[in-house]
Design a protein around this ligand. Structure first.
Ligand code: 4GN
Length: 222
C-alpha cells in the first residue's frame, strides 16, 4: 500500500517511523511518501495561504499551490482523501474497505482550510476521525494510515486482525499474562486449563458481556 500525504508539516509524521508502522515501512509492506505543499509555491516568499474572500479571521490555503503539489504525483487512479471534521466518521468497516486500495493520496488542511475550488476538483472522499476540530489534518491522516496499514498483508502477525475488537462487531475479551498471581489476583482458571474449545467459548462470552456493558450500541444491529 502506498500513502502519498500532502501537508505543510511533514515533520509531524515522525511517529510513523516507530513501532509496528515503522517496521512495516522497513519491510516495504507500506510506503509513506510525504509531500511538502510549500515546495510547490512559486511565490518568492513561498507563500501558501492568503486571507479569505469575504473577510473573516485566519488564512486559507491557496488552490494553485495545493493543485501543483497534487499534480506532482503520478496518480494511477489513486483515491484522494481529505481529512476534515465535515467528512464521514471513520469506522472499522471503512478502514477495511480502504485497505483494499493500492494507493491513497491524503490531503491535510491547516488554518481555516483549503480553497473550495481545488477540493471540488481533486477530492474523492472526505473523512473525519470524530466530531471535534483539530488545528490540522495531520493527526487524522496518521490515524487513517495506522488503522488502514493494520489490514495490509504482512504488517501484523497472522491472526491478530481476525481476533481483535470489532472484527466480528464485538469488543475484545480480556487478556492476561505472567505472573499467574498479581497483587493477590489470579488469572481466570480456564485460561490455564489447556482446553482450547472451552477457552474459545469463554472468550466469546466475555466479548458479548463486555460489549453489552460498555458499548450496547454495537449490539443494536446484530
Ligand atoms: C480533521 C481535520 C479535525 C478533523 C481537522 C477530524 C483541519 N480537524 N475530525 N482540522 O477528522 C479546517 C481545515 C480544519 C482543515 C481542518
Amino acid at each position: 500500500m502506498k500513502f502519498d500525504v500532502l501537508t505543510l508539516f511533514p515533520e509531524m509524521f515522525e511517529p510513523l517511523k516507530t513501532s509496528v508502522i515503522g517496521k512495516a515501512v522497513e519491510k516495504e509492506r507500506i510506503d509513506i511518501n510525504l509531500i511538502n505543499i510549500r515546495d510547490f509555491s512559486e511565490d518568492k516568499h513561498k507563500k501558501v495561504d492568503d486571507t479569505p474572500y469575504g473577510g473573516g479571521a485566519g488564512m486559507v490555503m491557496k488552490p494553485d499551490v495545493v493543485y501543483k503539489a497534487y499534480q506532482s504525483l503520478h496518480k494511477e487512479k489513486a483515491k484522494v482523501i481529505y481529512m476534515s471534521p465535515q467528512g464521514k466518521t471513520l469506522n472499522q468497516q471503512m478502514v477495511e474497505r480502504l485497505s483494499k486500495e493500492n494507493h491513497l493520496i491524503i490531503l491535510c488542511g491547516h488554518y481555516e482550510g483549503i480553497d473550495q475550488r481545488v477540493l471540488d476538483k481533486i477530492v474523492d472522499e472526505e473523512i473525519s476521525i470524530g466530531d471535534y476540530v483539530l488545528t490540522g489534518g495531520e493527526i487524522p491522516a496518521m490515524v487513517l494510515i495506522d488503522s488502514v496499514s493494520r489490514y495490509v498483508e504482512g504488517v501484523l502477525k497472522q491472526d491478530s486482525i481476525q481476533e481483535e475488537s470489532f472484527s466480528d462487531g464485538l469488543l475484545e475479551y480480556p487478556q492476561y499474562t505472567r505472573p499467574e498471581i498479581f497483587e493477590g489476583e489470579s488469572v481466570p482458571e480456564i485460561l490455564l486449563s489447556g482446553h482450547h474449545e472451552k477457552i474459545e467459548r469463554w472468550r466469546k462470552e466475555k466479548s458479548v458481556e463486555i460489549t453489552k456493558r460498555k458499548r450496547p450500541d454495537l449490539l443494536k444491529n446484530k
